[in-house]
Structure formats: C-alpha cells, structure tokens
Design a protein around this ligand. Structure first.
Ligand SMILES: [Fe+2]
Length: 134
C-alpha cells in the first residue's frame, strides 16, 4: 500500500506542504522498492533518502518555530526526536531482516500513520501559527 497526498493534508504553508509531499513520494519509493523485489541496494537507497529527508524536514520546521517563538516548540521537537528514534529502529530491522513482507508492511504503516497524524495534528497547529507571523 502506498500513500497519496491530498487536500486533507494541506497546512497552507508552502514550504511545509511541499516537503510533506516529497516525504510521501520518498515513503512510496521505499515501499515500492521493497515490494518490487528490486534488491537490497535499491531498498537501502530509498530508505537512506527517506531518513535523510525526514531529518532535513524536521530541522526546517524546527527552525521556523524557533524563528517565530512558537509556544509549543519543545513538545513539537520532542515528537520529531521520538519519531527519528522509531525510524532508526525500523531501519535497523530492515537492514537485519531484509525487505520481507512483514517488515515492509510495518514500515509502511508505522511511518505512514505517524506522518498523517502528525501533519493533521501538530503541523496544522504550527503552520497556522507560523502563517500569522510571516
Ligand atoms: Fe512536524
């Protein structure tokens, strides 16, 4: 199963929305590489890109929050940090087990669900605040 960006994920902040779209593309690329029997190298490359892009995206969001003194910054950063630990654990599992159906489904659902929930909850609140400051 892959994910699709739609209007229900739109925060209204251009940079944040563009990066969220790119994250979904990166997650889908990983899922497709894992399911398509493309070999470990392709899977590892898509995983590396998703991890690196997630870290970049979180850093950009956090920079905005610091810049505009977002009142909930510390909590938001904590959610990001916790998710980075989750992604690291999943990465290790994938590298250890290889792209088995079980691991790929787990990655797809955990990362996908987290992203959707985080965007619709914490990112919506944050983007609404940032837009009043820009
Ligand atoms: Fe966020």
């Amino acid at each position: 199963m892959t994910y699709e960006w739609d209007k229900s994920l739109e925060t209204g902040h251009k940079m944040i929305d563009n990066q969220h779209k790119q994250l979904i593309v990166a997650l889908n690329a990983l899922i497709e590489a894992s399911q398509g029997g493309k070999g470990h190298e392709e899977v590892n490359n898509t995983l590396e890109f998703l991890t690196a892009y997630t870290i970049k995206h979180f850093a950009d969001e956090e920079k905005l929050q610091v810049q505009y003194d977002y009142p909930d910054y510390l909590n938001h950063k904590l959610y990001h940090d916790e998710f980075k630990v989750t992604v690291r654990g999943l990465t290790e599992e994938l590298l250890r087990e290889g792209p088995t159906g079980e691991v790929v489904n787990k990655i797809s659902s955990i990362i996908g669900n987290w992203l959707v929930n985080h965007i619709k909850g914490d990112d919506f609140k944050m983007a609404a605040y940032v837009k009043t400051q820009e």
